[in-house]
Write a protein that binds this ligand. Structure first.
Ligand code: FAD
Length: 459
């Protein structure tokens, strides 16, 4: 009689979950998620890592996972604590022979898995690759030879690597083992306030979003034309929150796109969604290879000329959306209100902090980590490092924020949405109120620009 635990982390789904499939081969199975109390601590950059949007989404995702596991005969324990304390206790309580879990690629998450393995006595820990498009053995190069440049990576995998087929969810799970001694030491207790979220956490809403974006609205067929927009629900896939928590598998998304291409249409847009998922994939391998270097000020390029300033006034103005640059402030207010920001917004907000405001880029990355409902360690820190000029992209260029606003929000509708105090003035002034004279500005309750107007901003 073999007993297994399945330790869920950022893989909160039953579909395409190799760790769950392996664990389901045991005679007894208990699923567990550990709510790591350390994520409530303030980080060295300031706020706690798990902000309200992420917490709300996680809480919903766990509720959904529990329902989906129960429907196939499983049981999920959600326990607060530290993994290397909770899992050995649970393993001992249930006499577990094995713990199955998804392999990690980020340094802290890897260290957590190692410390659980070290804390176990007679229980084996098995890790399973999952959550990406490729297994490491499918890459057409050794990880140590990972191309530095995204385009080289993409062309290599498109030519020579096969995206694995998603594995179906088990139809039935084995019964749960009885909890032995001290069941009270393993309270199943997470009672979080029910924070309203823009996206509902969980595999069920994630699969519904996939179905909506690909099949019912067929918005995927226009993705390339709309993906840089700022307002609305379908200009981009919005798969990221579910991908980040593992409620959706990228291999399932690719399988659905392939079926759509067969059944409906294959065009530049259907290709481009996969192209963007390759960016996600790239950053996963970058982090896997380079580890902690990605989090250093000089980054992968070991540059020693990046600003290390952490001016509280500038940083708070940026975080709160009151820098006096409307395109940035609108994006930062959207982030604070919803936990989401478009890719175009993220690029500009990051560039503004790291370059125009001259601040330590890692403070911005950490703020995004707290706020983003789709926070993903590899994509967030990898993109930030690139924009700060210390990542995989050797080009050291910032964004011209005003030109970007004029291009991507030409009628300033996005600015009006998030900065209603500017809605009544003409669109060109809404994008650049700092060019208005003092008399014109007098009636507007909106801050002055906190830096000198950059010379390259077009009047
Ligand atoms: C400074 C900065 C920080 C970012 N932080 C995150 C993060 O924490 N989590 C995250 O998932 N994405 C992050 N991104 C990437 C990108 O902005 C989001 O993935 C995208 O906006 C999510 O919306 P969507 O799902 O509608 O994307 P779509 O445009 O529909 O793209 C589909 C999927 O492709 C992937 N993708 C798209 N663009 C990128 C990219 N540039 N890098 C990596 N993957 C990409 C995502 O998984 C996304 O869900 C960041 C980008 C920047 C510039």
């Amino acid at each position: 009689m073999k007993t297994a635990l399945c330790w869920f982390k950022n893989d909160l789904r039953i579909d395409d979950n190799p760790a769950l499939v392996a664990a389901a081969r045991a005679d007894r199975l208990l699923c567990v998620y550990v709510v790591d109390a350390r994520h409530d601590d303030r980080s060295s950059y300031g706020p706690p890592r798990l902000g309200p949007h992420r917490r709300g989404f996680l809480s919903q995702a766990l509720t959904d996972l529990r329902q989906r596991l129960t429907a196939i005969g499983g049981q999920l324990c959600v326990i607060a604590g530290q993994p290397d304390q909770v899992l050995p206790l649970l393993a001992a309580n249930t006499n577990a022979d094995t713990i199955h879990t998804t392999a990690e690629f980020a340094p802290e998450e890897r260290a957590d898995v190692t410390s659980v393995a070290n804390a176990l006595h007679s229980t084996a820990l098995h890790t399973h690759e999952g959550g990406g498009l490729y297994e490491q053995s499918a890459l057409p190069f050794e990880l140590a030879d990972l191309p530095r440049v995204f385009t080289v990576f993409r062309k290599a995998v498109e030519a020579d690597a096969v995206i694995g087929a998603p594995v179906d969810a088990p139809s039935q799970l084995p019964p749960s083992p009885a909890l032995g001694n001290e069941p009270d030491a393993l309270p199943d207790i997470i009672q979080w306030p029910d924070t309203p979220t823009l996206f509902t956490g969980g595999e069920t809403p994630g699969l519904a979003r996939l179905n909506h974006y690909v099949w019912s609205s067929q918005a995927v067929a226009h993705y390339k034309q709309t993906r840089n927009q700022l307002l609305g629900t379908d200009f981009s896939s919005k798969f990221s929150p579910w991908l980040a928590r593992g409620c959706l598998s990228p291999r399932r998304i690719m399988a659905d796109i392939a079926r759509f291409e067969q059944a409906v249409t294959a065009n530049e847009s259907t290709y481009w969604l996969g192209f963007e998922l390759q960016w996600r994939e790239f950053f996963r391998w970058v982090l896997s290879l380079h580890g902690a270097r990605l989090f250093q000020l000089g980054g992968l390029l070991k540059r020693d000329d990046r600003p290390a300033d952490r001016d509280p006034e500038r940083i708070e103005a940026w975080q709160e959306g009151r820098t006096g640059m409307p395109f940035i402030d609108a994006n930062m207010r959207e982030l604070a209100a919803t936990g989401y920001m478009s890719n175009r917004g993220r690029q500009n907000a990051a560039s503004f902090l790291a370059r125009d405001l001259g601040q330590d880029w890692r403070v911005g990355a950490a703020w995004f980590e707290t706020q983003l409902v789709d926070y993903d360690v590899a994509s967030n820190w990898g993109n930030w490092a690139n924009i700060a000029g210390v990542g995989t992209d050797k080009r050291d260029r910032g964004f011209n924020i005003l030109a970007q606003a004029q291009r991507h929000d030409p009628d300033a509708a996005y600015i009006s949405e998030w900065l209603p105090e500017l809605a009544a003035i003409p669109a060109n002034q809404r994008q650049a109120p700092f060019f208005m004279n003092a008399g014109q500005r007098a009636d507007i309750d909106y801050p002055a620009l906190i830096i000198d107007t950059p010379a390259h901003w077009p009047r």
